[in-house]
Design a protein around this ligand. Sequence first.
Ligand code: PMP
Length: 400
Amino acid sequence: MKTEQLAQRLDRVETSAIRELFKLLGKPGIVSFAGGFPDSALFDVAGLQAASQQALTQDPGAALQYGATEGYQPLREQIARFMQAKGVSSLAAQELIVTTGSQQALDLLGKCLIDEGDKVIVEGPTFLATIQCFRLYGAEVISAPIDAEGVQVDALEQLIIEHRPKLIYTIPTFGNPSGATLSLERRKRLLELAVRHQVLVVEDDPYGDLYFDAPPPPSLLALSAQVPGSRDFLAHCGSLSKVLSPGLRIGWLIAPPELLAKAVMCKQFSDAHTSTFAQATAAQYLAAGHMPAALAKVRKVYAERAQVMMQALREELGDAVQFTAPQGGLFLWLRLTGAGGKLTDAATLAQRAIEQGVAFVPGAPFFSQHPDTASLRLSFATADEEKIREGVRRLARALA
Ligand code: PMP
């Protein structure tokens, strides 16, 4: 075929610079801080083995048959319970649908909400796949500034007034890539903004369970009970990927009923339903009560690795980099300060770092507008403590 035969909308998205960089990761001996993955060594293999066995023993017909587009009912009930335990006071199983990862929930939202030329507001920086997905549906993706406390709500309100966006997309807790967490006060103000301007807020929350010392502020969904009318302007995407296993591809979407119904319709045309085997396994896993212990384990490991990485960065790079300590999640967001006349271009540093045997992702692609070329994302999740120290030493050599 000829490339001209491809749909024109594909011209709106480029293959990401990040994907190109990932091709280099196969180099032997490389220490990678680049991925957005959880550590596969931490997967609860025994728990999942037992759960999949149970799924096939107890309900083999359901686990291996076609299923409802909305999701496997026992899993919907378990997810509702999981969310209730995190402070969502009223949530019935039929108010959520199971999606094939939260990525699919984002895609369904794009499909159901975005018309050509619509504007949407995201955080700068934000999850790259969301920017790309919304652009594919024809959105102009406006970037709202963030700081250590998450999105700057005053600036956001100005952007809402100026652009009348179709939706606002936010990762309020341990953001990817920023690591930032929206303060409680800003969370409430964001919900008030949604009501005042009648604009849908999409809360993407795959990392909220991965806190280090103390739980983060309640999710926007949990807080919506305190801000009258805000639940009508809120969609929430959740995921088992970072806390249990991304390979299961279990996510969920909670949204106002008219939107949820359309998302179900679109999902029908897309994958009919999320893998029933994966859903039945996840349902058994949650019902068996394995989650709290599994979470306690990964929280502890990631907290230790984050500490080791921050300590190593302070020792090896000193004032050449700036960062805010994340309170959870998988990522550390750095800025190159240029102190001592050192490099401030993260893309150039990424190339030199690969030569030194360490990989990370430059920050610029995570911005839909006004890219910060001095920023970069480091993941502390997948390398053990010794590798983290070695990787940071290599990073220091690349910057020297
Ligand atoms: N949202 C954010 C912010 C993410 O970082 C990711 C995964 N990297 C996803 C959504 C998608 O995750 P999944 O589809 O595995 O649930």
